[in-house]
Write a protein that binds this ligand. Sequence first.
Ligand SMILES: Cc1cc2nc3c(=O)[nH]c(=O)nc-3n(C[C@H](O)[C@H](O)[C@H](O)COP(=O)(O)OP(=O)(O)OC[C@H]3O[C@@H](n4cnc5c(N)ncnc54)[C@H](O)[C@@H]3O)c2cc1C
Length: 328
Amino acid sequence: MAGILVVGEVSGEALNPVTGELLSAASKLGDAPISVALMGDSLAGASEAALDHGVAKVLAIEHAALKNAGAGGYDAAVIALTALVKQEAPDVVLFARTDLGYNVAPRVAFRLQVPVAQDCVDLKTDGGNLVVTRPVFGGNAMADYVFGEKRPAIAIIRPKVFQARPPAGARTGETVRPGIDIASDQIRATLVETVKEARHGVRLETAEVVVSGGRGLGGAEPFKLLEELAGLLNGAVGASRAACDAGWVDHSKQIGLTGKSIGPKVYIAVGISGASQHMAGCSGARAIVAINKDPAANIFKEARFGVVGDWQKVVPAFLAAVRELGRA
Ligand SMILES: Cc1cc2nc3c(=O)[nH]c(=O)nc-3n(C[C@H](O)[C@H](O)[C@H](O)COP(=O)(O)OP(=O)(O)OC[C@H]3O[C@@H](n4cnc5c(N)ncnc54)[C@H](O)[C@@H]3O)c2cc1C
């Protein structure tokens, strides 16, 4: 394989941890040299951090139109990456399934007339071709897709599936600033305003503990108990699609195939049956704790710890024990 281009992400001026996850995914493809593309208006800090990961090259595309990777329409990012991929001619390009990857990767693939695979949860090479694993039939089965001869093969990797690659210690690479022209008349959509959603406590996407509720809770009111439990554990609240569709919690809390993918240390699932589409979003958790009154619920197949019982008895008792521990 000639080379792998990882499309890194930048938050503020720092390297976003999802870049480390993409580097882990790229390492699975053998010894091909790995380059990281970064886009932004000020990339010095993020470029240094990327070099610490031992990559061959950091391709830092700095441009005012790429502030926050040109969030909004992402036109600038599409133009920059299409030009960069033409210049660098990698065999494989990896994006994360973030707003950037979701919006930019298919448009770059279209401009280059090459194939793209969404929502990949694994990857390997076979005879020099990229093979990716993706959920199919609403997450009920996994399928391998083999890319053909066209290069590059573009894959969008689901976050929290790969553990982020730690910095390597020894640096071998260098930062290159490719000369890429982004003509302002090619940018048709611009970001006018960003409205931050009011949020209290820990972010669901990065929380180490997530307490999630499902249809078994029976209404919105019991989510207050989960909020309290999550607060005591310094965690965040999530939910199944059934709970969100019922209007008990906001859809931004939905975990699963069509919701968020998370990888907390502990995932506490209360009144959730464990449908494959839900598990697709929390299988990256290090330990799943299930509370469900049905001993045959699928969630118990995935859980490390399980309590068979009615949440109305189990959760208040658990809360009381956690409160007691907090006081000790
Ligand atoms: C294309 C597609 C995409 C989807 N995407 C998602 C997704 O992103 N996320 C998602 O969550 N779902 C998704 N779904 C829906 C998914 O298939 C399930 O329908 C959903 O996850 C079920 O939610 P649930 O576990 O809360 O409800 P249920 O399956 O109804 O399970 C409720 C559970 O609560 C238990 N229970 C009931 N009462 C109590 C009690 N008193 N105490 C303890 N336990 C109790 C029951 O035993 C049961 O196991 C998707 C489906 C499709 C087709």
